[in-house]
Write a protein that binds this ligand. Sequence first.
Ligand code: NAG
Ligand code: NAG
Length: 279
Amino acid sequence: MSSCFTISLSLLFFFINFVGTESAPTFLRHYCPNATLFTPNSIYQSNLNILLSSLSSAATDSADGFANAVVGQNPPDQVYGLFLCRGDVDSATCSNCVATGKQDILQRCPNRRVSVIWYDECMLRYSDGSIHSVMEQMPSITMYHTRKITNPTQFMQVLRETVDDITARASVGKSGKKLAVAEASFTSLQKLYTLAQCTPDLTVLECNTCLRATIAGLPRGKQGGRLFTPSCSMRFELYPFYNASAMAVLVPPPSFLRSPPAPVTRRKGTCLFLIFVLC
Ligand SMILES: *[C@@H]1O[C@H](CO)[C@@H](O)[C@H](O)[C@H]1NC(C)=O
Ligand SMILES: *[C@@H]1O[C@H](CO)[C@@H](O)[C@H](O)[C@H]1NC(C)=O
């Protein structure tokens, strides 16, 4: 009884946190090659601190959810950095994510000259070489939903058509964002939600190339999955994981894909209900 109560309580906090506005960003992965380290208290380190602060403050009023910066006069002390927020998140979420990343990246990647950190809401990276307008496809990280799809052949066909569509649309993305989402019918009951995004400093061709490579690496036979690199990312799920109303304002979807928004709130209610029934 008491353990059930404890579990209920922590789940309750989880849901309160989940619906709250300023929740912590969801950490996904980090990448920091071991090969090149900087000396503690070096000029590189102080330039890196200045760079991260400047990116973090740029995130507080970034309409595009993207900024890049460089600090230092000459190599090897020069540090280049950028961040990209997921295209549908609001500026408070974006800024909160970059601020968290600024602290987190130094802890997860101590003394590294090159690092990348990914969250659900944003990506933050820095390097001792120029990274602005440079397509970077490595590392390429895959994550997937453990649940299998029941009819994989039909699913892959819908997925293929949808990711082709969003790849084309994200590549030509205007107004500072290279981003596209799509909602496609999989079965009469299930919908497939997909999102593709590139850093907006890439050319149309580079963004297209980057996303094409992610399509090839997407997990197969799973209900959801994502693949991300420093320059682009692709994700698919059988539930709406992006803010469709924010996307509608940014980029109106083609009319044939338009459909009423899914009832997200109902699921939370059901979960809470189940917790108390279990006790
Ligand atoms: C990174 O380098 C340190 C020091 O050389 C070493 O102890 C550690 O095992 C390395 N880690 C990896 C993942 O290679
Ligand atoms: C979704 O986007 C709309 C429009 O930008 C915004 O008003 C709303 O608060 C967002 N919802 C969430 C859950 O972020």
